[in-house]
Design a binder for this molecule. Sequence first.
Ligand code: CU
Length: 165
Amino acid sequence: MLRLIRMILAVAATCGLMTSAAEAAEHVVKMVNKSGNKFMQFEPAFTKAAPGDTIKFVPTDKSHNAESIPEMWPEGAEKFKGNINQEVTLKVDREGVYGVKCMPHYAMGMVALIQVGKPANLDAAKAFKAPAAAGNEFRGAVHAGGAVSPASSQGIPCCVACTCT
Ligand SMILES: [Cu+2]
């Protein structure tokens, strides 16, 4: 009996370790002047994360920042705003899609999208029309799960917040 209890405890301890290792991942998103053939980009433009993870925005190149797009933000989730040239970390506790912009290059399409768990606020995020190139970026950037849309003839994946299929 004692042996069985020891065995259960050992298994429980191992599972506990494995669980804690699997949760709270850190995702790095770089702020760069050029990514592929695009200028002023977050790299990667789309990140899939789990509740409790952190997203670290790294100013690889100068003159960028990372901050919330309030219209594409899960209800109740804390917003953030990094300064220019500043590394900033966002902790994502709530499920949904998080739109992130670089303020100086927002209209040029410097946006990133983070999906945390189920995209609970997807309809609101879709309804929001981001300005100029940022809107195109959200329509043509990335797809939930990274699936490439047939609409993206140039090999550009389709966005989680878009309707192109
Ligand atoms: Cu920028």
